[in-house]
Design a protein around this ligand. Structure first.
Ligand SMILES: Cc1ncc(C[n+]2csc(CCOP(=O)(O)OP(=O)(O)O)c2C)c(N)n1
Ligand SMILES: [Mg+2]
Length: 363
């Protein structure tokens, strides 16, 4: 007996702005000039801060951190599209998106210097979850937040990020499964930067694309050029629209590249070639965005120089503020585990403080 087809799926792909800065006129979202200029400015700021952080870390003035260079075109357009009541749920490679959402530069510096204060944002309404170093679990939190927004009858959307490696974690699948069942207003963006520390994308999963994993959970999916901010913009805008209308979640795979080391504690020369990196630098997002702005007569060398000078001042100022000595309590992290004091955490706090003083409480 001939077999019938039970179901048929496809994974669309979107690229609008090519590496040489040429735009596909048929797909161009025709963003207003000031939006394009803001987009480029945020990307440049994120790059400037990332580069400075690397220098600070190498000088012993900052702790270990994961550079985001090369991935600016993913979280920045997504965050620019978000509204005030929306939730931003990151992993740890969304520096640009966090800045767009309103996180101060000093918060990032504090956090990566081991200060819990870096997770305390000046405005409680910012709706940015803390960095999730635990791979995958943020997608479960994001699905819960999105479900809550729907349950309360709001049109808020949750935008969550995860790495290619994170898609092999249970939290990713559990979160997407529930979001699909609940028709939760969740936009999940995979930052497929080709590496999970030293594990290449090809060894991570046998799936042809990462986007297709969302099909199993009943949601629309798309793979986009993650170095193309226009493609990311269009895909996220469509997904957010669907979510706000009550049409449920979307999974977006943004294909990009981790141009730097995994974290400053890592040496990528041990597991990947210079040729691979060189080839990836040719596709990076800032060069093509600048070329596009120039082709539209919105940018030139003088404006570039003025912007870089201005951003240098902004970063200098943040670093100076970060390095100004402050009277900080070493037991601050214990204050933020739960919203209200918890006896077990308080016991741990006492033990920690006793250990700091030396002797007492040491097992
Ligand atoms: C549950 C868990 N397992 C392992 C680790 C150690 N770890 C930190 S980052 C990382 C790789 C993450 O790769 P990917 O999801 O692709 O994100 P990327 O670092 O490339 O942005 C691993 C295994 C962790 N932090 N959490
Ligand atoms: Mg990765």
């Amino acid at each position: 007996m001939p077999r019938k087809q039970a179901a048929k799926f496809t994974v669309p792909y979107l690229q609008i702005l090519a590496p040489d800065g040429k735009v596909d006129a048929k797909l161009d979202p025709k963003l207003p000039d000031d939006t394009l200029l803001k987009l480029y400015r945020w990307m440049r700021l994120a790059r400037a801060l990332d580069e400075r952080m690397l220098k600070l870390q190498r000088q012993g003035r900052l702790g270990t951190f994961p550079p985001c260079t090369g991935q600016e075109a993913v979280s920045i357009p997504a965050a620019m599209l978000m509204r005030d009541g929306d939730w931003f749920v990151g992993a740890f490679r969304e520096l640009g998106g966090r800045l767009v959402r309103g996180e101060p530069l000093t918060a990032t510096l504090d956090y990566y210097n081991g200060w819990e204060e870096g997770n305390i944002l000046p405005d409680k309404n910012l709706r940015i979850l803390p960095t999730s170093v635990v791979i995958g679990c943020q997608i479960e939190h994001a699905a819960g937040l999105a479900y809550a927004s729907r349950f309360k009858g709001t049109d808020e959307v949750t935008v969550a990020f995860i790495g290619d490696g994170g898609t092999s974690e249970g939290g990713f699948h559990e979160g997407l499964n529930m979001a699909g069942v609940w028709k939760a207003p969740l936009v999940t963006i995979i930052q497929n930067n080709q590496w999970a520390i030293s594990i290449p994308r090809g060894a991570q999963t046998a799936s042809e694309t990462l986007a297709q994993k969302g099909i199993a959970y009943g949601m629309p999916v798309i793979q986009v050029d993650g170095n193309d901010p226009l493609a990311v913009w269009v895909a996220v805008a469509e997904a957010m629209d669907r979510a706000r209308k009550g049409d449920g979640p979307t999974l977006i795979e943004a294909v990009t590249y981790r141009l730097m080391m995994h974290t400053t504690a890592d040496d990528p020369t041990k597991y990947r070639t210079e040729d691979e990196e060189k080839e990836a630098w040719a596709r990076e997002p800032l060069v093509r965005t600048r070329a596009y702005l120039e082709s539209r007569d919105l940018w030139d060398e003088a404006r570039e120089k003025a912007l870089l000078d201005e951003l240098k001042d902004q970063v200098d100022q943040a670093v100076a503020e970060f390095e100004t000595p402050k009277d900080r309590a070493p037991d601050e992290p214990f204050r933020h585990v739960y919203g209200t004091p918890h006896p077990v955490i308080e016991e741990q706090r006492r033990e920690f403080l006793a250990n700091l003083k030396g002797g007492e409480g040491r097992g």
